[in-house]
Design a protein around this ligand. Structure first.
Ligand code: FES
Length: 126
């Protein structure tokens, strides 16, 4: 599997995907609005996750753009263009709370959900 293999990241038996209940970070480590990236490797499997804070809510996505499978940002500075999350690959814009692409080369496709929750100020996988 390559770093950018979107299908492999999404597969149910991806050994690198963190188990439910895995501690990711403190909520206050995620900018509002903004995002934070997470990378996991297990054997030959890779998983890239992203949590986004926007409008007082926090959501998680597999950090893999529907266009080419690239992560949305390379330096953990998730960029917002107005009200939208920006993929730095080719400029796709996503609605931050449902992951729908509203402009760019993957129009009407969506980021894949990565369920997360906040418990006592800590972000966990669900
Ligand atoms: S990889 Fe995101 S727009 Fe091309």
């Amino acid at each position: 599997m390559t770093y950018l293999d979107r299908d492999a990241q999404l597969k149910a038996d991806n050994a690198a995907r963190p188990a439910p209940g895995t501690v990711l970070c403190r909520l206050d480590e995620v900018a509002e609005p903004g995002g934070k990236s997470f990378r996991y490797r297990e054997g030959g499997d890779v998983f890239m996750g992203l949590v986004v804070r926007f409008g007082g809510k926090l959501v998680g996505y597999v950090d893999s753009c529907p266009h080419f499978g690239w992560p949305l940002a390379y330096d953990d500075r998730h960029l917002f263009s107005g009200e939208h999350l920006l993929c730095t690959g080719h400029g796709a814009l996503f609605k931050p709370l449902d992951g729908m692409c509203v402009a760019g080369p993957c129009l009407d496709e969506a980021l894949s959900e990565w369920p997360v929750e906040v418990v006592d100020g800590v972000v966990l996988t669900r």
